[in-house]
Design a protein around this ligand. Structure first.
Ligand SMILES: O=c1ccn([C@@H]2O[C@H](COP(=O)(O)O)[C@@H](O)[C@H]2O)c(=O)[nH]1
Length: 239
C-alpha cells in the first residue's frame, strides 16, 4: 500500500508567504513541500525556516544551470538551509554536476546538516518530442535523450533525476534501485493537464518506478485542496 504522505511532494507555487503558509496549514498531512522559482524569487528564503520549524521536508527546486564555479557556489549556500532535495539541470554538464554535488555536501556539513540529495533535471515534463526535435534541434528520440541525461547525472555522482513518469521505468532499469526518481507531470484522471506534456496518473507513476510524485495544481488550485489530496491518497492506497 502506498501512502500519499510518504510519496507525494506538493509544490508551493504561489507568490506570497501568506498564501504558502495557508496551503501548508490546509494540508497538514503533506510532509514534503517543494519551494520553486515563483515563491523563492518573490519572497526569498524565509519560507525555509517556516517549513523546518513545522518538521516538514523541503525540496528546493531552483533548477540551477550555470558554469561549474557558479553552481558550486549556489549549492554550497543551499546546503546551509537544511533542505532535503535540490535540483540542477543535467545539461550543465559533467564538470558542473560534480562541482555542485561536492559543494552541496560541504555546505551542509559546515553547518551540521546531513548531505542533501542533488537530482538532475533530465528534460522538463512540459516538453514533447516535437519541441525537442524542432525547437531544441536534439537529433535523438525523447526517451533516449532523457535516459542519457540521467546516466550523465549518475556518472557525475548525483543522487537521482527529475523525469517524466513516462520515462521512469526505463531510467529505473538502467540507473538502478538506489537512484532517486522524482516525477512531476503527474495528473489524476479527473485533473486538467495544463502545460504538462508527458503525464501519467499517480498510480501509473508509482507502478513505473517513481520514488516521489510532484503534484501541484490538481491539489493546490482545487476549490478544496484537502479533498483532492484525499482522492489522490485513495488512488495510491490501491496501488
Ligand atoms: O520537469 C519538470 C521539473 C519540475 N517541474 C515542477 O513541478 C511542479 C509541477 O506542478 P503541477 O502544477 O503539478 O504541474 C511545478 O512546480 C514545476 O515547476 C515540472 O513540472 N517539470
Amino acid at each position: 500500500m502506498v501512502l500519499a504522505a510518504e510519496r507525494v511532494i506538493v509544490p508551493l507555487d504561489v507568490s506570497g508567504e501568506e498564501d504558502a503558509i495557508d496551503l501548508i496549514s490546509q494540508l497538514p498531512d503533506v510532509q514534503f513541500w517543494k519551494v520553486g522559482l515563483e515563491l523563492f524569487v518573490s519572497t526569498g528564503t524565509t519560507i525555509l525556516p517556516t517549513l523546518k520549524n513545522r518538521q516538514k521536508r523541503i525540496f528546493l527546486d531552483l533548477k540551477f544551470h550555470d558554469i561549474p564555479n557558479t553552481v558550486a557556489g549556489a549549492c554550497r549556500a543551499a546546503g546551509k538551509y537544511g533542505v532535503d532535495l535540490l535540483t540542477i539541470h543535467a545539461t550543465c554538464g559533467r564538470k558542473a554536476l560534480q562541482a555542485a554535488k561536492t559543494a552541496l555536501v560541504e555546505g551542509a556539513a559546515e553547518v551540521g546538516y546531513p548531505p542533501p540529495k542533488l537530482i538532475a533535471i533530465t528534460l522538463l515534463t512540459s516538453f514533447n518530442s516535437r519541441d525537442l526535435a524542432f525547437d531544441l534541434k536534439v537529433p535523438i528520440e525523447l526517451p533516449e535523450y532523457a535516459l542519457q541525461m540521467a546516466v550523465l547525472a549518475k556518472e557525475s555522482g548525483l543522487d537521482g533525476a527529475v523525469c517524466s513518469p513516462q520515462e521512469a521505468a526505463q531510467l529505473r532499469q538502467v540507473c538502478g534501485d538506489e537512484f532517486l526518481l522524482v516525477c512531476p507531470g503527474v495528473r489524476p484522471k479527473w485533473a486538467e493537464t495544463g502545460d504538462q506534456s508527458r503525464t501519467f496518473t499517480p498510480s501509473q507513476a508509482i507502478q513505473a518506478g517513481a520514488d516521489y510524485l510532484v503534484i501541484g495544481r490538481p491539489i493546490t488550485a482545487a476549490t478544496n485542496p484537502q479533498e483532492s489530496w484525499a482522492k489522490i491518497n485513495d488512488e495510491l492506497t490501491n496501488v
